[in-house]
Design a protein around this ligand. Structure first.
Ligand SMILES: Cc1cc2nc3c(=O)[nH]c(=O)nc-3n(C[C@H](O)[C@H](O)[C@H](O)COP(=O)(O)OP(=O)(O)OC[C@H]3O[C@@H](n4cnc5c(N)ncnc54)[C@H](O)[C@@H]3O)c2cc1C
Length: 247
C-alpha cells in the first residue's frame, strides 16, 4: 500500500505550451537518483495518480519533476494547471531500479532519453557517483522540435565537466547543434558514435534507455543485434531500460 503525504507547489515553470517543470516541497523518504515516485490529485471528483521521475538530486530539499501535458490525460493537464501554494499528494517512498546501482561500471555510459525522460538522467548527473564510475558519459536527448530541448541552462553547467557530452536529436526539424533523426538508426549507422568521437563496444559501454516504449524497444533491439545484452541482477550485461508507458 502506498503511504501518501501532502506536497506544496513552489513553482510551475512552463518551457513550452505542453512541457513544464513542477517543483514542490514535501517530507518524503530518501530516494536514489534515477528513481520515480507517484503524484496524485483529485480531478473531477476522482483521485488520479501517476508515476514521475525525480529531476533533482537526492540531497536537494526541493523536489522537481519534468512533465508533458498529455492531451485529454487523466492527470497531467491538472498538474500543469497547478500554481504556487497549491497542494497535491506524493508517495512517501520512491520506487524503481533505473539507478546506477544496477548499471555496471564501464568506460562509456550512454544515456538515451526521449522527451521528459531526460529527467532521471539530470538527477543522476547532479550526484558524484556517475563521474567516478564512468570515464565518458553521453547524454542523448531525442525530441521532435528544437523548442522541446528543455533544461539547456542546467545541461550547460553539467557540460563544464568534460567527461560529459550532450547530444540533441531532433526528428522533425534540422538541428545544426546536434543530430537529426532517431536514436536506433543513429546507433545502427554509426553516426552517434562518430558525432561524439567515442567507441561503442560490449567491452567499453553501458546503456541506459528511458522514455517512449517504441524508442526503448527499437534501441534495445539494435543493441541486442550488435551483441549487447540486457542487464539482469543475476547476469550483468549492458542495457538497462525504463518505459514511461506501454506500447
Ligand atoms: C516509471 C515511470 C516514470 C515516469 N516519469 C514521467 C516523468 O518524469 N514525466 C512525465 O511527463 N511522465 C512520466 N511518466 C508517465 C506518467 O506516469 C503518466 O503516464 C503521464 O503523465 C500521463 O498521465 P495522464 O494521467 O495525464 O494520462 P493518461 O490518461 O493516463 O494517458 C496515458 C497515455 O499518455 C501518453 N504518455 C504518458 N506519458 C507520456 C510522456 N511522458 N510523454 C508523452 N506521452 C505520454 C501515453 O500514450 C499513455 O498511454 C512516467 C511513467 C512511468 C511508468
Amino acid at each position: 500500500m502506498t503511504d501518501w503525504c501532502q506536497a506544496t507547489v513552489i513553482n510551475n515553470h512552463r518551457w513550452t505550451e505542453k512541457l513544464f517543470s513542477l517543483t514542490i516541497s514535501a517530507d518524503i523518504e530518501p530516494f536514489v537518483a534515477g528513481q520515480f515516485t507517484k503524484l496524485a490529485l483529485t480531478v473531477n471528483d476522482k483521485r488520479q495518480a501517476a508515476a514521475y521521475s525525480f529531476v533533482n538530486a537526492p540531497d536537494d530539499n526541493v523536489l522537481e519533476f519534468y512533465l508533458i501535458e498529455v492531451p485529454n490525460g487523466r492527470l497531467s493537464p491538472a498538474l500543469m494547471r497547478l500554481e504556487l501554494g497549491d497542494t497535491l499528494e506524493i508517495a512517501k517512498q520512491a520506487s524503481g531500479f533505473f539507478t546506477l546501482d544496477d548499471v555496471p561500471k564501464s568506460k562509456q555510459l550512454w544515456m538515451f532519453a526521449t522527451g521528459t525522460a531526460i529527467g532521471p538522467y539530470l538527477s543522476i548527473l547532479q550526484e558524484q557517483q556517475v563521474w567516478r564510475d564512468y570515464q565518458n558519459i553521453v547524454l542523448v536527448h531525442a525530441v521532435r522540435h528544437q523548442s522541446d530541448l528543455s533544461y539547456q541552462p542546467l545541461i550547460k553547467v553539467l557540460c563544464r565537466n568534460q567527461q560529459l557530452r550532450y547530444v540533441s536529436i531532433v526528428s522533425r526539424e534540422s538541428n545544426a547543434a546536434g543530430l537529426t533523426g532517431r536514436i536506433p538508426a543513429l546507433i545502427a549507422n554509426g553516426d552517434l558514435a562518430k558525432f561524439v568521437d567515442l567507441s561503442m563496444s560490449p567491452e567499453d559501454s553501458q546503456f541506459m534507455i528511458c522514455g517512449n516504449p517504441e524508442m526503448v524497444k527499437d534501441t534495445s533491439q539494435v543493441l541486442l543485434d550488435k551483441g549487447y545484452q540486457r542487464n539482469r541482477r543475476s547476469k550483468p550485461g549492458h542495457i538497462t531500460i525504463e518505459q514511461y508507458w506501454s506500447s
